[in-house]
Design a protein around this ligand. Structure first.
Ligand SMILES: NC(=O)c1ccc[n+]([C@@H]2O[C@H](COP(=O)([O-])OP(=O)(O)OC[C@H]3O[C@@H](n4cnc5c(N)ncnc54)[C@H](OP(=O)(O)O)[C@@H]3O)[C@@H](O)[C@H]2O)c1
Length: 326
């Protein structure tokens, strides 16, 4: 081959720049990330083998994501304690679990819990500890939502959402923490929401409660770092559950509708499996969402003015839709 023909085959200077960027900038970042990922997967598999016999308390286990979490941890051989207000529904979940062919299988425990009854929570925690003397994994999942704009939301509703989602969760965490600290062992997982990362119109109370939960989790994680107690905060986008059906209106009545976004949301079973992985890998902060929510999250932090503009448009659209209905 002649020299000028060889030159034609050689990579152009544009390609050389690209190779240089990949080799010099991207590879040193991508390679350690890939190695960390492989190491985390290996570690998760090791921890998975340690799951059988672990005591897992799941709040809000009577439906939706909590029910799926109950299945995932029960199938992993854990001793699950199911808590919520509707004991009949918890008994249904327990019956479904007992029907599974799982080894080892520990009969699930059902305990009534109302997160809005803050004074009853220390007593509830005592009953929990009486069952197995310990809680290895606490999953703070129980919660409610609201569907209303700020102006038409009664302060009582703001309070209720905050008490159930935030103060009830805080009270339960605090009631169980001393036993975890004493054993120098434990994992606390908070089920937040992408709305705990950025707020959207018509969800002020809900977003505020999840933002508070995120902040509490971040502070707690730092304080527990040298005590062998791990804190994870999981922020999912829409999940296909009864959350919108069970949501409150601004006046405090039941919203009782299945939102299109919720109906098209992710599978609670798949998310529950992802949460199990998050706990196994001891991941501190996880967003599980579609691309749209991820873009909104980054916009909120990198380009807030664009995010504010989009949210203002969305608020206007929702307001017009409400007026049309009247
Ligand atoms: N669905 C979504 O799109 C979505 C998205 C992001 C995050 N999340 C979060 O995921 C978690 C689970 O919600 P979900 O989607 O599975 O909705 P869900 O089907 O309505 O489940 C909510 C659970 O919380 C329990 N709960 C409600 N109020 C309670 C109280 N006062 N005391 C104790 N338990 C209470 C309910 O049980 P009882 O009624 O029997 O008490 C139920 O088991 C919530 O924290 C929610 O904020 C949901």
């Amino acid at each position: 081959m002649k020299l000028h023909e060889m030159e034609k085959c050689a990579p152009s200077s544009d390609w050389n720049v690209l190779y240089w960027v990949i080799g010099t900038i991207l590879m040193p970042i991508a390679l350690p990330l890939a190695l960390i990922n492989i190491w985390q997967r290996f570690r998760a598999q090791n921890y998975r083998n340690q799951l059988p016999g672990k005591v897992v308390l799941i709040t809000g286990a009577s439906s939706g994501l909590g029910e799926s979490l109950a299945h995932v941890f029960y199938r992993a051989g854990c001793k699950v304690i199911l808590a919520a207000r509707r004991v009949q529904e918890l008994e249904r979940v327990k019956k479904d679990l007992l029907a599974l062919d799982v080894q080892p299988a520990y009969p699930p425990t059902v305990l009534a819990l109302d997160l809005s009854e803050l004074n009853s929570i220390p007593q509830f925690a005592k009953r929990v500890l009486e069952v197995y003397n310990q809680v290895d994994i606490l999953i703070n999942n129980g919660g409610i939502s609201v569907r209303a704009d700020v102006v038409s939301t009664a302060v009582d509703v703001d309070l209720k959402v905050m008490i159930v989602n935030y103060f009830g969760t805080v009270a339960l965490t605090k009631a169980l923490l001393p036993s975890m600290i004493k054993r120098k062992n434990g994992h606390i997982c908070f089920i937040s929401s992408v709305q705990g990362k950025f707020a959207i119109p018509q969800r002020a109370a809900y977003s505020a409660s999840k933002h508070a939960m995120q902040a509490f989790a971040d502070s707690l994680r730092a304080e527990m770092a040298n005590k062998n107690i791990y804190v994870s905060c999981v922020s999912p986008s829409y999940i296909r559950t009864q959350l919108s059906m069970n949501a409150l209106t601004g006046a405090g009545s039941s919203y009782g509708k299945m939102d299109e976004t919720t109906a098209k949301g992710m599978s609670p079973d798949k998310l529950a499996e992802r949460i199990l992985q998050c706990i196994l890998r001891k991941e501190p902060d996880v967003i599980v969402s579609d691309l749209q929510a991820k873009i909104a999250y980054y916009l909120r932090h990198i380009l807030p003015s664009a995010y504010f503009w989009i949210m203002a448009k969305r608020a206007l659209k929702l307001e017009r839709a409400e007026k049309k209905k009247d």
